[in-house]
Design a protein around this ligand. Structure first.
Ligand SMILES: [Zn+2]
Length: 426
C-alpha cells in the first residue's frame, strides 16, 4: 500500500513538474514579450523583400539561438533564397528550319540567354489530351531537370495560362520549355530574359532527435505581413499583423524553448518562421523543397491564434482535419483537459490549400494548419488595426500549451499520423 502511495505521489509529482515546466515557458508574459517586438511599429509591418522584415528575422534568429536550437544547414538560422521576375526580351523557335509563332512556346528559366536544340540533352516529355495540364506543368517546373514538354493542341485555348508559372520563379539551374504542338525532328530555341531579383529569408532552427534523427516534425508560422500602406483619413498606416501571423511565430519560438527544455524528443524537430506568405507563399515553398517529404512525419503550421475561435476559449481548428488522423492523435493527447481541436469549419475558404502547410501536404505529408481565426467575422483581418491590443494573450498561451501537450506522442515517436493522399487533393 505504502509503495502504491509513493508511486502515486511520484507520478503526480512528475505530472506537476511537467505542467509547471510548461507554465514556466509557455505563459502570457512570454507571449506579450515576443508579440511586443514582432508587432511593434518599429517592425513596420514586416513586409517580405523589404529591409523592415530583416529586423524581425534577426530577432527570431536570436530567439532560436537563445533557446539552444541548431541551424538547419550551415552556421546560420537565416535560410536565404532569391525569387526572380523574368522579362522576356527575345524569343525564336524554329521547327525543322521553319519559324513558329512564339505564342506557342513558354519558357520558365533563370538563364539570361538560353539556346536549346534537340541535341541539348533536355528530357523530352509529352502532355497528352485529357491530362491535367496545370498539375503536370507545375510538377515539371519543380522537377529540378531540364525539360521540354510538347503539349497536345487540344490545350490550345488554355496554353497561354502556363505563363503564370513564370511570373515569379525560384532561381534555378534548370529550365522548363513548353511547346504547343507535336515534337518536330529538329528544332532551335533561342530566348533572352532580364530578371528582377528579390532576396527573401526564412528563419529555421532544429532540435536533433535522440533516436529518430531522420524523422522530422515541423512547427511553423509565417512572420511576414503586409508592411506600410497609406490609409485615407487615418494616421495609422502600419499593418502590424499581431495576429497574422506574429501570433503563430510567437508560438513557434515558445515551442522551441519548451521542447529544448524537455530535451527528450526522439524525432528531430524543425522550427521555421516563413517569409513571403502574404506575397505568394514562397517562403514555405522554398523551405519544403529542402526536405525529402518521406522523412517528414508531421507539420504543425500555426496561423492566427490571437483571437477566440467561434467556439470560444480553449479551442482551435485544424485545416484538412479529415485528410489524416493527426487531429485525432492531438485530441486523444488532450483527453482530460478542457481544450478541444475541431475540424476547420470554413472549408469553403480552402484554408488547407492556401496556407504554408500546402506544399508538403501535396507531397503526402500530414501537414495541417492550426488556427482560431473566425474567417467569416474577424474585423481586424488584413487591416492596420491588427494590433497587439486586440489579442487575447491568455487564450494564446493556452492554445500554445495545448499544441505542446497534444504533440507529445508524435514527438516521442509513439504515434505516426497517416499520410495525406495527394492524389485526392484538388
Ligand atoms: Zn497569415
Amino acid at each position: 500500500m505504502l509503495k502504491k502511495i509513493f508511486l502515486l505521489l511520484f507520478i503526480t509529482a512528475n505530472l506537476l513538474a511537467c505542467a509547471q515546466k510548461a507554465d514556466d515557458i509557455i505563459n502570457v508574459n512570454e507571449v506579450r514579450r515576443i508579440e511586443s517586438v514582432l508587432a511593434s511599429d518599429e517592425m513596420r509591418g514586416r513586409r517580405a523583400g523589404t529591409p523592415d522584415i530583416d529586423r524581425a528575422a534577426a530577432f527570431i534568429a536570436e530567439e532560436f539561438r537563445k533557446a539552444g536550437l541548431q541551424p538547419f544547414a550551415g552556421n546560420t538560422f537565416l535560410q536565404q533564397f532569391s525569387m526572380l521576375r523574368p522579362k522576356l526580351t527575345e524569343l525564336k523557335y524554329k521547327a525543322e528550319d521553319a519559324d513558329v509563332d512564339s505564342k506557342n512556346i513558354i519558357i520558365v528559366t533563370s538563364q539570361p540567354e538560353l539556346n536549346v536544340d534537340e541535341k541539348s540533352g533536355y528530357e523530352v516529355v509529352k502532355i497528352n489530351a485529357g491530362e491535367n495540364l496545370n498539375q503536370r506543368a507545375r510538377a515539371l517546373v519543380s522537377s529540378k531537370k531540364n525539360v521540354i514538354a510538347f503539349v497536345d493542341t487540344s490545350f490550345a485555348m488554355g496554353f497561354s495560362r502556363l505563363g503564370g508559372l513564370k511570373r515569379s520563379i525560384f532561381k534555378s539551374d534548370h529550365s522548363t520549355i513548353f511547346i504547343l504542338g507535336s515534337q518536330p525532328k529538329s528544332f532551335k530555341i533561342k530566348a533572352s530574359h532580364t530578371f528582377d531579383e528579390t532576396k527573401y529569408t526564412n528563419v529555421v532552427g532544429v532540435l536533433p532527435g535522440k533516436s529518430k534523427k531522420n524523422e522530422y516534425v515541423i512547427f511553423s508560422g509565417h512572420y511576414d505581413h503586409l508592411g506600410v500602406r497609406s490609409q485615407p483619413n487615418s494616421t495609422d498606416s502600419i499593418f502590424n499583423g499581431a495576429n497574422d501571423d506574429a501570433a503563430g511565430t510567437t508560438a513557434v519560438i515558445m515551442l522551441a524553448n519548451y521542447y529544448k527544455r524537455l530535451n527528450n524528443n526522439e524525432r528531430t524537430l524543425a522550427f521555421s518562421a516563413f517569409t513571403a506568405e502574404e506575397v505568394g507563399g514562397y517562403g514555405s515553398q522554398y523551405f519544403s523543397q529542402q526536405f525529402n517529404p518521406n522523412e517528414v512525419t508531421a507539420m504543425f503550421n500555426i496561423e492566427m491564434i490571437g483571437t477566440e475561435s467561434k467556439w470560444g476559449k480553449n479551442s482551435a481548428y485544424i485545416t484538412g482535419y479529415e485528410k489524416t488522423n493527426m487531429g485525432e492523435i492531438l485530441q486523444s493527447n488532450l483527453k482530460g483537459t478542457s481544450f478541444t481541436f475541431y475540424p476547420d469549419p470554413y472549408t469553403q475558404q480552402n484554408l488547407f490549400y492556401r496556407s504554408d502547410n500546402a506544399t508538403l501536404a501535396r507531397l503526402g505529408v500530414p501537414a495541417h494548419t492550426i488556427s482560431t481565426s473566425k474567417m467569416d467575422n474577424e474585423p481586424n483581418y488584413h487591416k492596420a488595426s491588427d494590433e497587439i491590443s486586440t489579442l487575447d494573450m491568455d487564450n494564446m498561451a493556452q492554445i500554445i500549451k495545448a499544441i505542446a501537450e497534444s504533440s507529445k506522442t508524435i514527438i516521442s515517436g509513439k504515434d505516426t499520423p497517416t499520410r495525406v493522399k495527394a492524389e485526392d487533393l484538388r
